[in-house]
Ligand binder design. Sequence first.
Ligand code: ATR
Length: 277
Amino acid sequence: MSLQLGLIGFPIKHSLSPWIHEQFLQRTKLSGVYDIIEIDTNASFSDAMEKLKNSQINGFNVTVPYKEKIIPYLDAIDEQAEKIGAVNTVKCESGKWTGYNTDGAGYVRSLWSKYPHLQEEKASNILLLGAGGAAKGIYHALLYHGYRNIVIANRTIDKAEAIISNTNEGKVATLDKVANDLHDYDVIIQTTSVGMRPNIAQSVIPLRHLHKDVIVSDIVYQPLKTNILQEAENLGAHIHFGHTMLLYQAQYAFEIWTGKTPEMSGLDGALQNILEG
Ligand code: ATR
């Protein structure tokens, strides 16, 4: 059987997902294709879904702006995706669609792949900078894996409050407050869009007084080494790059569709080369 996989979203012509999933197909020796299915925001989403339901597709990824809009079209939703309220992966089996969210879980896998000791260190103090969709996914994945000491800091504090409500876990803080208390954290995860190309000289907070052995992670991957990662490196921190989240959210999605876990060696460097042009 040849697998039919794909990605829906808009605009997605420059998505890296086809390249990643083609590597996975080769590595797992499965035959198949991964297509870009761009759905214009001016087009009818329900017509596009109808067409997809009538196709032979085995699974697809969902990206902006459809991660919430896809939910009414699903027959079932995974518990984590339901908590996050967004779906980035759909498995299509015998005409039934099941939605998952692999973004947060993929992020945690990417962090563990570089810093395996964190798997055992569930008491780590973790700071999430930002309270958008990405932060929400990562927060729930961290909780799922047993981390409990998590602070979410955001410019708009209500959005951070909204993420932790109903979880009985986590705390919120202002960006100014955490910027003065950075030595409290073992892992700092930057999830805002600040520092993304073209505004590469910006950081969401200035880094100072870091904890010895702190890991500073940024989910922004354009540029690969963002301003905050450069600052962290200058201060002697360990750093973690955003493009690895892209690889591991894809690995988990591929696993959901095929039951196979692609081997990841060399992909990090290859993707870096692509991103650096
Ligand atoms: P995503 O789904 O990628 O997480 P998002 O939902 O648009 O994107 O979230 C963007 C995040 O970046 C939010 O935390 C946003 O802060 P607000 O909630 O206050 O809007 C944060 N962000 C964007 N620009 C920012 C800036 N200039 N300073 C601080 N935070 C910023």
